[in-house]
Design a protein around this ligand. Structure first.
Ligand code: NAD
Ligand code: UD1
Length: 336
């Protein structure tokens, strides 16, 4: 049985991936410092899978703790989710973002190099493309200058991994996520945003739950079918499964290069108003909203070309936007 380290394994995407890994028979070790997650998630994962993952509460920024962990645990691969992810906050606190998102990454890669551990999966983002010139976005689209320190940590992170792979004979895959949403079918795990959500779906569900008065739609003057901006919303369980496919590719040594990157999205673009309509349908609720000005830094449209990921990883999405929003709403209701 292969033993996989999942950093940030109690977070939103990490917890769903731990469930899929355990369902597929992998042994999972989680490192999380609980900076953006709750320990209860460990019990929820155990309830879903009937197996308790090994959990280490430690901070990846503390090099000696990371070293000590690897002194005592033998690992066959790493899925690295742990990072700070709030775009706005990264502008206020760039050094904290570089310390956590880059520092932790470097420490992990150093341990891999020193101990001959291979097989690394990295959480990257479609934010690396900025506003792409062509849609859907292929992996050949050029990387645009980052709009925020957070976005820059993903670009620089990929470069660091690529250079480490070349220098130290490591193999890695970066997955460039589009917009992950939704919750596990069991409604035992989901997204836990702190404070006022900045992202669309948690704001929508909190508005429907009466926690927020109304949704502000940021702009209806974009050159799209209804004037609102378009994104590619992917169900978090589909996204979790893409990690298993990427990991298996590395374990089977089927990768074409020592550093590969794939877009992980549905391939379908949905506007903000499409999301509102779909949400109203699945929740049987009228969502209060108003149109306000565009949000600074927002792009018009982004959705993935999924040909490469479906061919190389033999993976495709199974869930629809309606299903993702239905699960997000049920998860919200379970939190009240
Ligand atoms: P999340 O905040 O829910 O999960 C991250 C987890 O990492 C948290 O449980 C947190 O406690 C932990 N963590 C953070 N710093 C740590 C440290 N120094 N040591 C140990 N644990 C630490 O975030 P998520 O939405 O699950 O995102 C996971 C990854 O995917 C991140 O790298 C994020 O940047 C990337 N990503 C997320 C999205 C998205 O929209 N959610 C989109 C693209 C990429
Ligand atoms: C976010 C991240 C980005 C990341 C991407 C994919 C921010 C600022 N950016 O951007 O780095 O790569 O997810 O995970 O967090 N919207 C509203 N009202 C709201 C909230 C959002 O109208 O209250 C609109 C936005 O203008 C956008 C769409 O909804 O058009 C989606 O917004 P959001 O969920 O924040 O995702 P991204 O903008 O794609």
């Amino acid at each position: 049985m292969k033993k996989i380290l999942v950093t940030g394994g109690l977070g939103f995407i990490g917890s769903h991936t731990v469930v899929e890994l355990q369902n597929e028979g992998f042994e999972v070790v989680i490192i999380d410092n609980l900076s953006n997650s709750k320990i209860d998630v460990l019990n929820s994962i155990t309830e879903i899978t009937h197996k308790k993952p090994d959990f280490h509460q430690l901070d990846l920024r503390v090099k000696s703790d990371v070293k000590n962990f690897f002194d005592h645990t033998k690992i066959d691969g790493i899925i690295h989710f742990a990072a700070f992810k709030a775009v706005g906050e990264s502008v206020e606190k760039p050094l904290e973002y570089y310390e956590n998102n880059i520092g932790s990454l470097v420490y992990l890669l150093q341990e891999m190099r020193d101990r001959n551990i291979d097989n690394f999966i990295f959480s990257s983002s479609c934010t690396v493309y900025g506003q792409a010139d062509e849609l859907p976005i292929t992996e050949n689209a050029p990387i645009k200058p980052a709009e925020s320190p957070y976005g820059n940590t993903k670009q620089v992170g990929e470069e660091i991994i690529k250079e480490a792979c070349n220098a130290h004979n490591l193999n890695a895959i970066a997955l460039r996520y589009f917009n992950p949403i939704g919750a596990h079918d069991s409604i035992k795990i989901g997204e836990l945003p702190l404070g006022v959500p900045q992202n669309l779906i948690p704001f929508v569900t909190q508005t429907a739950a009466g926690i927020r008065k109304e949704l502000s739609i940021f702009g209806d003057d974009y050159p799209t079918h209804d004037g609102t901006a378009i994104r590619d919303y992917i169900h978090v369980v589909d996204l979790a499964k893409a990690h298993i496919a990427a990991l298996q590719r590395l374990l089977d040594k089927k990768n074409a290069n020592n550093f590969e990157f794939f877009n992980v999205g549905t391939g379908k673009g949905s506007s903000v108003l499409d999301v509102v309509k779909s949400f109203e349908k699945v929740s049987s609720q009228k969502l209060p909203y108003k149109i306000v000005g565009r949000r600074a830094g927002d792009i018009t449209a982004a959705y993935a070309d999924t040909s490469l990921v479906s061919k190389e990883l033999n993976w495709k999405t199974e869930k629809t936007l309606d299903e993702a929003l239905d699960s997000a709403w049920k998860w919200q209701e379970s939190q009240l």
